[in-house]
Design a binder for this molecule. Sequence first.
Ligand code: GDP
Ligand code: MG
Length: 238
Amino acid sequence: MPAIEKEVIIFGEGGVGKTCFTDMFMRERHFAFYDPTVTTPERKRVVIDGLAWSLRLVDLRASLFQESDLPGETGFAPRYFVKMLRDADGIIFLYDITSKASYEHIVNEGYLDACRWRRMYRENTTTLRSYPAGMQRFGCILVGNKLDLGQEKREVDRDVAQEWAESMGMQFFELSAFSNESIKEAMTALVKSMIKAEERDNEDLSEGENLKKSVVAKAKKLASGVPFRGTQRKMISL
Ligand SMILES: Nc1nc2c(ncn2[C@@H]2O[C@H](COP(=O)(O)OP(=O)(O)O)[C@@H](O)[C@H]2O)c(=O)[nH]1
Ligand SMILES: [Mg+2]
């Protein structure tokens, strides 16, 4: 069965568990120490609802988007990361339930930035361009990591995060990046969300096509001298 290839970004602040999440998803285990003889596969194949998916996970540290991180490099590096974010099919917004700051970053900046970059991108430092229709939406989920530490160290209320995710129309999971099962469940939800995003983008495209066709039809009518209803002018012979 040929697999559908998708690019997924795992987005969150440093230390929230992006690397552990990726390890667990790609290799189904958590590494305390890396064994250099074990190579990490580029892509992970999963079957969801009878379809095969080949997923690549790339982690993107949120602070890469703050230009102050890159002295003397204003513009270039952020633009590269923006491109990755913009081209992704899906985004996992990851925070750590024991760090309120990591949650607030997603809610107040990360999510909004991702949406903004999807719609408009800065071609150079001054010109904003809109991204092509049909590629603006992305699948996404919100994930609160380090659930195993929740009893003692929780800083982010589950209900608050759940409510925010719902208001944005995305699914929410609390999990531990050391647990394979919960990661599978979250990734299944992400794939379903990517499918939905693509369907809605395609609807936009066909609407755009229909609009274009009707504009062309109107232009043809005009050219052939067939008048539009309501714009007919009386011929007055003098
Ligand atoms: N207890 C606990 N620790 C975790 C979990 N996920 C990651 N960590 C730890 O958090 C630290 C940062 O994880 P890492 O994956 O490197 O974060 P990254 O900077 O987002 O890539 C490491 O010490 C991990 O072992 C988890 O689910 N539970
Ligand atoms: Mg990392």
